[in-house]
Design a protein around this ligand. Structure first.
Ligand code: ATP
Length: 134
């Protein structure tokens, strides 16, 4: 199988930069997969699980909001934040989830959109962390 180059970049750091066999990205219109010779493509990215396969082994990342660009066998993911599954602090994500839930239950005086976004980020991290911790 032909390789594609995957880059996951945040304002702080390069999270992944390597050749892979395939990538599955959480896009605004659902997950999409990229293999060699994919057509050029631009999509929004939503908080969720990004996975890629290298020599039959699948690795997982949590990605937050941003964009994906596919062009010339390169996938560039530009997101607010991203972590490889092993880097995720599960307790921190649980605390963030609890905070978001409390805010959403309170309703009054709460920025609902912001609380919902925090909720989705925490859920994405917990889902991805489970992949390596069971
Ligand atoms: P929190 O309220 O815990 O800060 P958040 O969703 O507001 O969560 P972000 O704004 O998405 O956090 O991320 C800020 C920085 O913290 C980023 O560098 C991100 O990679 C890192 N980060 C956030 N949550 C975690 C986590 N559970 N484990 C590891 N890194 C995290």
């Amino acid at each position: 199988m032909g390789k594609i180059f995957l880059e996951i970049i945040t304002p702080d750091r390069v999270v992944v930069s390597r050749e892979v066999d395939m990538v599955v990205v959480p896009g605004v219109e659902g997950e999409f997969g990229v293999l060699e010779d994919h057509v050029a493509f631009l999509s929004g990215v939503v908080p969720g699980e990004l996975r890629y396969t290298v020599n039959g082994k699948t690795e997982y990342c949590a990605v937050m909001e941003g964009f994906a660009e596919v062009s010339n066998n390169k996938v560039s993911i530009l997101v607010d934040a991203a972590e490889r599954a092993e880097e995720i602090d599960v307790e921190r994500a649980k605390r963030a989830l609890e905070r978001a839930k409390e805010r959403l239950e309170k309703k009054e005086g709460v920025d609902i959109a912001r609380a919902e976004a925090a909720f989705r980020r925490a859920m994405a991290r917990l889902k991805v962390a489970e992949k390596v911790r069971g």
